[in-house]
Design a protein around this ligand. Structure first.
Ligand SMILES: C[S@@+](CC[C@H](N)C(=O)[O-])C[C@H]1O[C@@H](n2cnc3c(N)ncnc32)[C@H](O)[C@@H]1O
Length: 341
């Protein structure tokens, strides 16, 4: 069921008169919400999870027993830090380490410690849409690795790229299986975008979650403590606050699935009853049937074969991969190939 009434202009600039005291409207967010909640299958991008409370809840998720991803990736970065540092800074050439969607940087700190031990001339350039996450990252580095150069950039990795000097080696990094939030086509487009910013010989370090026992995967997105449910529901709180919407959180629930057929974990918000949700700031209504869902996140799980194919499709050569003993998670290093050659 789509919206029942919608009269927001295409620029999403129209405001109701009681907006005067509100924060400025984030037009990109407003437009995405109108489009997403008007589609036959309602959907909102997982990028919108990360307001300050969303970033805080994600930190709670990362500490959960069932959320194996962070712990496993961190263990790989710590135990293979020496070899990774050697791949990132193979010689005396200075390096820009560009991390997309860095979050609070806890795991990257271990890697930067290994780079510092190696004596690498490295500037860490974390990029995230959450200024809150970047502030935490900066504090963490100031406290634990003072003197290591950090140049944070608050921006969207679909649109922005930090300024770099052509004389420096660029190493892009995309951890936390963030790539898995994209469809296959979306992932290839994003990887090609990264490749376009890199020069031949530059590198990309990716952290990717592997296919495994479906029970283990599903539990990571539906923890018994209910933190992931709160994280998903926080999106509705954000819509209420920023777009003046009137979602009743008691009338929605969190639902998570994993399909071994396509290797995708998916999260939804489910309307518990037939209802209409109004946005005061956008002056429009959205109708929900009982049981209707908003698709909020995809988390793709990969086989090694899928990963190697993605490298070829996006202009990279596979250099090496570091996988934990259980074979649950992998950190891969790819090299940008010279497509003109
Ligand atoms: C799943 S968390 C991973 C954080 C960290 N890389 C890790 O592995 O722990 C995703 C991070 O990406 C950021 N993010 C999501 N979409 C983004 C975008 N389009 N541009 C920049 N950052 C984004 C979020 O704010 C969040 O900090």
């Amino acid at each position: 069921m789509s919206r029942v009434r919608y009269h927001v202009s295409s620029s999403v600039a129209s405001r109701t008169s009681d907006d005067a005291t509100d924060e400025p409207l984030d037009e990109a967010f407003a437009r995405a919400v109108v489009e997403g909640l008007s589609a036959p299958q309602k959907a909102l991008s997982s990028a919108w999870f990360y307001d300050d409370e969303g970033s805080r809840l994600f930190q709670e998720i990362m500490a959960l027993d069932s959320y194996y991803l962070t712990r496993t990736e961190h263990a790989i970065l710590r135990s293979r830090g020496y070899e990774l540092a050697r791949r990132i800074a193979p010689d005396a050439r200075p390096v820009d380490l560009i991390e997309l969607g860095s979050g609070d940087g806890e795991k990257t700190l271990s890697l930067c410690e290994a780079l510092a031990r190696r004596g690498a001339q490295c500037v860490f350039k974390p990029m995230d849409i959450s200024s809150h996450a970047l502030e935490q990252l900066s504090q963490r580095f100031a406290e634990h690795l003072p003197g290591f150069p950090v140049q944070p950039l608050c921006g969207d990795y679909f649109l922005n790229w930090p300024a770099t000097d052509p004389g420096r080696r660029q190493v892009a990094m995309f951890l936390g299986s963030n790539l898995g939030n994209q469809t296959h086509d979306g992932a290839i487009a994003l990887l090609r975008r990264m490749r376009a910013h890199l020069r031949p010989g530059d590198a990309l370090v990716l952290g990717l979650d592997l296919k495994k026992d479906p029970h283990v995967i599903r539990a990571a997105y539906d923890d018994p403590e209910g933190v992931t449910a709160r994280f998903n529901m926080n999106l509705l709180t954000r819509l209420n606050r920023e777009l003046g919407m009137d979602f009743d959180l008691d009338q929605f629930s969190h639902y998570a699935t994993y399909s071994p057929l396509d290797g995708a974990a998916r999260s939804f918000l489910v309307s518990r009853r037939r209802q209409i949700v109004h946005s005061r700031r956008l002056a429009c209504d959205f109708a929900f049937q009982a049981g209707e869902t908003i698709y909020t996140e995809q988390s793709q799980k990969y086989s090694q074969g899928m990963i190697d194919t993605m490298a070829r499709e996006s202009g990279f050569d596979v250099q090496c991969h570091f996988t934990d003993e259980r074979g649950w998670y992998t950190v891969v290093v790819w090299q940008a190939v010279d497509t003109a050659a």
